[in-house]
Design a protein around this ligand. Structure first.
Ligand code: DQQ
Length: 542
């Protein structure tokens, strides 16, 4: 990677160089966190020879890069080792199920096991002699059958796994079961199907506890859990999920809600976040989510930078008390990187005001703000049941005045505010109660014209008696991950400021509503660099 790179992150996971996309097979195993990822070792674009790169960590923040776990080598994966997952089988043996792009460019599922279970880093993986262990069933396109999940075991002792698929424009999720993890039977009835929305990539299927924030292991089935089915819609590049009831005896998942194709559908993150995957961390009894955060600059830039693609900071996920949505929060370990702190307490933010948060390195910061709201009755009226939040945000830039809001943060901002990414709330009164719009607006994030600058937004219902609303943003040079209302809404942005870089980046709090809001408390910390180590053996690739 060339020197002097203002957009390369300092505490998000990145490979030493070149292209990265999907998280693969994350797991905790005997004291070590493993992370595999889709990687092109030969360049900063998606490549012909995709491998499973491999890194290990003791805290999910500081990493050691190892040599690749899987590289194309056999007829069943010679055109790429695509995404998949790890399952820990009986006798604590981990197994990788991954998609091979085979010599006919068909997608098949393959199995790999560690060569030496006593190597704490599980450096070497052996592909199974009976690969491929699954091929596309009839009614599924042979080149659109990929991304097996972590398997779960039923009470009958059989393993189940689901796999993304497509036929024409119709997305499908295929259920497969096996007694020995090698011989698989594919269920002719799709586990999930959605017409006209294209390929369902990278499914994820996991239980969540109905009370508390603890996670549960993937095979757990009892009355105190619900299930989550997550799908990556290839056409939209967005992560949709459904809560519901899994009925193992009928091999059936009954979703609580139907997909509508509108802003009412649930997404893990309303911004740049894709191909995500969870795992159960049995050390800390939590379920952790990783997601790929794509670039939004040009391929030419990626080639100049020598790298492309980030991973989100791992997030803990759990079911909200309402049972109607998931909650997400950056894992607590990221707080170890918090360095110099500044605080603001009880500060009035009158309409039209902007307040700088000074004394921190604003290009790499963790900031948490609690806003105290005025009486909600004064909120603007919003007609119509179905408003498109992104349209609302793009028409009403953060700089335009509202009543209660827009208020929030201006991140990676230049001193004169010509560059800024606004992450903000605005509150509305609707026929069905109060709604909060949360938005992240990249339109002014850089003076550069050749970037894909998006506006991401969603609305959520708020209690009429709500007094405060919180916002946390993890800012790291070209990424901003924001968590509204304690993790109810997540929005991730990739931005490439040209002025607001390094020491010239600033952080502000603003209020452009006519109503005053208060900063009840704000804490911001400069963030230290995460450590990335390399094993010497990794240098074999070029
Ligand atoms: N990327 C992988 C596929 C997956 C897609 C290939 C999602 O397995 O469907 O790198 O980003």
């Amino acid at each position: 990677v060339p020197e002097n790179q203002p957009h390369r992150t300092c505490y998000h996971f990145q490979p030493p160089h070149n292209w990265m996309n999907d998280p693969n097979g994350p797991m905790y195993y005997k004291g070590v966190y493993h992370f595999f990822y889709q990687h092109n070792p030969f360049g900063p674009t998606f490549g012909k020879i995709m491998v499973w790169a491999h890194s290990v960590s003791y805290d999910l923040i500081n990493w050691i890069h190892l040599k690749h776990a899987l590289e194309p080598s056999e007829p069943y994966d010679i055109n790429g080792c695509y995404s998949g997952s790890v399952t820990i089988l009986s006798e604590e043996k981990p197994a990788i199920l991954y998609t091979g792009n085979d010599n006919n460019k068909n997608q098949v599922q393959n199995l790999a096991m560690p060569k030496n279970l006593s190597d704490p880093y599980l450096r070497e993986w052996v592909k199974h002699s009976q690969n491929p262990v699954m091929v596309a069933p009839s009614g599924i396109e042979m080149d659109n059958f990929r991304d097996p999940t972590t398997a779960w075991k039923g009470n009958d002792g059989k393993w189940r796994v689901i796999i993304g698929a497509k036929n024409g424009d119709d997305g499908k999720v295929i259920l497969c079961h096996s007694e020995d993890f090698v011989h698989w039977i594919l269920d002719p009835i799709p586990f999930y199907a959605i017409d006209n929305y294209g390929m369902c990539e990278c499914p994820d299927f996991f239980p969540v506890s109905i009370c508390g924030t603890n996670g549960v292991d993937t095979s757990v089935q009892n009355s105190s859990i619900r299930h989550v089915l997550k799908l990556s819609y290839q056409n939209e590049q967005q992560e949709h999920y459904f809560l519901g009831k899994y009925q193992p005896d009928q091999e059936n998942f009954m979703t609580d809600t139907k997909f509508t194709g509108t802003s009412l559908d649930l997404k893990l993150d309303y911004g740049a976040f894709y191909a995500s995957k969870t795992f159960f961390d049995y050390a800390k009894k939590r379920r952790i989510l990783w997601g790929w955060v794509q670039e939004s600059d040009t391929t030419k830039d990626d080639i100049e930078k020598g790298w492309a693609g980030l991973q989100s900071i791992p997030r803990q996920v759990w079911l909200d008390k309402s049972g109607k949505q998931l909650m997400q929060w950056p894992i607590e370990e990221v707080e170890k990187l918090r360095d110099k702190q500044v605080s603001i307490l009880g500060k009035k933010l009158i309409g039209g005001s902007t307040l700088q948060v000074s004394g921190i390195t604003a290009s790499q910061v963790d900031v948490e703000v609690l806003f105290e709201l005025p009486e909600l009755e004064s909120a603007e009226w919003l007609d119509g049941n179905e408003v498109d939040p992104e349209l609302l945000c793009s028409e009403e830039y953060a700089s335009k005045s509202g009543t209660i809001g827009p208020f929030g943060l201006l991140a990676l901002a230049s001193e004169d505010l010509t560059e800024k990414t606004a992450i903000f709330f605005r509150i509305y009164r609707t026929p069905n109660g109060y709604k909060c719009l949360m938005c992240s607006d990249e339109s002014r994030s850089s003076l550069r014209q050749d970037l894909n600058k998006r506006t991401y937004a969603t609305t959520f219902d708020i209690d009429p008696n709500i007094k405060t609303i919180s916002l946390r943003s993890l800012i790291d040079r070209s990424i901003i991950e924001s968590f509204g209302e304690e993790g109810r809404v997540c929005l991730t942005n990739r931005v490439y400021p040209s002025l607001a870089i390094d020491k010239d980046a600033h952080l502000y709090v603003f209020n452009n509503g006519t109503q005053t809001v208060f900063i009840s408390k704000l804490n911001a910390w400069s963030m230290k660099h995460a450590e990335f180590g390399y094993e010497e053996k990794i240098e074999n690739i070029n």
